[in-house]
Write a protein that binds this ligand. Structure first.
Ligand code: BDR
Ligand code: CA
Length: 310
């Protein structure tokens, strides 16, 4: 079992990633940390607690972290058009009874990595603000973390939130650039592969037919997500499994194929803020700093995901 800390901005596909990790027999989900992004920090935290209660995983501590980017002003708007008013598809789960832990996300990451050297895999499926803060707080975690798997960026395809940038990197480009330069062992699961792992709409009926609270909930929130996908990708017939694929890559690294690359984040471009720029020249100027996923076994991953998530 791999010890995982999952950093989220919950979010519908974050919710799928949480359920996948919390229900997987291959993952020991030691804690969840939350961040602003798809919505505010408080809503991301509330959504996470509600979901853990639905999953019966009240044993997993939730540590809230950053409410704003490292240096930029707070985000002006939430991604309501993709994730709903509450960032979880306008569902109706009861308010959580669980309380968040009293620890800041960065403090929690540092404490756990020092306590379990070379055992913790950090999976970041929102901006990298909490992780950047953790490295600033305790630089030695760079050597002590087992691996960092991020959902974010796009090395060989265009962005989603802008033509140049993927949403998680765009949300806090300076945090992402700091993390990429830190020396952490990073696997980047970006749009290059997540846009290839599509969940078909037919799955909603399968989940509903289970007649369980979790099946109903997933069908509801993922249905909302799929409707929003149709507005951006007409005729797509489903939705991308961005955040769940990062969990899949931890459970079975063979689901993806990676190439080591040097990646820089554009923090200042006029039209390209948040772009992840790979050095694809035959002789790159700098050594690789990220293992970038460029291929995915979408069938193998999807089959496994569906066998676990609900
Ligand atoms: C990423 O952006 C967020 O909206 C999703 O939760 C995912 O982490 C996809 O670009
Ligand atoms: Ca996310």
């Amino acid at each position: 079992m791999k010890k995982v800390i999952l950093d989220v901005d919950t979010g519908i596909d974050d919710a799928m990633a949480i359920a996948y990790a919390a229900r997987s027999k291959d993952i020991d989900l030691v804690g969840i940390t939350t961040c602003f992004g798809n919505t505010s920090l408080d809503e991301a935290t509330r959504n996470t607690l509600q979901l853990l209660e639905l999953l019966g995983r009240e044993d997993i501590p939730v540590s809230p972290g950053a409410a704003t980017p490292l240096f930029r002003p707070p985000l002006k708007q939430k991604a309501t058009f993709v994730h709903g008013e509450d960032a979880m598809g306008n569902h109706s789960l009861p308010l959580p009874k669980m309380e968040p832990s009293g620890k800041h996300a960065a403090e929690y990451m540092v404490e756990m990595i020092l306590k379990h050297p070379e055992e913790i895999t950090l999976v970041c499926v929102g901006s990298m603000t909490n992780l950047a803060l953790a490295v600033m707080r305790e630089p030695s975690i760079v050597e002590k973390v087992e691996r960092v798997v991020i959902m974010g960026g796009a090395a060989t395809v265009s962005g989603n939130v802008t033509p140049a940038a993927e949403a998680n990197i765009y949300t806090d480009p300076e945090a992402a650039e700091y993390v990429f330069r830190s020396g952490l062992p990073i696997t980047m699961v970006g749009l290059d592969v997540t846009m290839q792992t599509l969940l078909p709409r037919e799955q909603l009926a399968v989940w509903k037919a289970k007649q369980t609270p979790l099946g109903d909930f997933m069908a509801h929130i993922v249905g909302f997500y799929m409707d929003s996908y149709l507005r951006f990708y007409p005729g797509i017939g489903g939705c991308a499994l961005h955040d769940p694929l990062a969990i899949g890559a931890v459970i079975n690294p063979r689901f993806i194929k990676t190439v080591p690359m040097h990646i820089q984040v554009d923090c200042e471009g006029i039209h390209s803020v948040g772009r992840t720029i790979p050095d694809l020249r035959s002789i790159p100027a700098n050594p690789p700093n990220v293992d970038v996923a460029l291929e995915v076994d979408e069938e193998g991953f999807l089959e496994h995901f569906l066998s676990v998530v609900v």
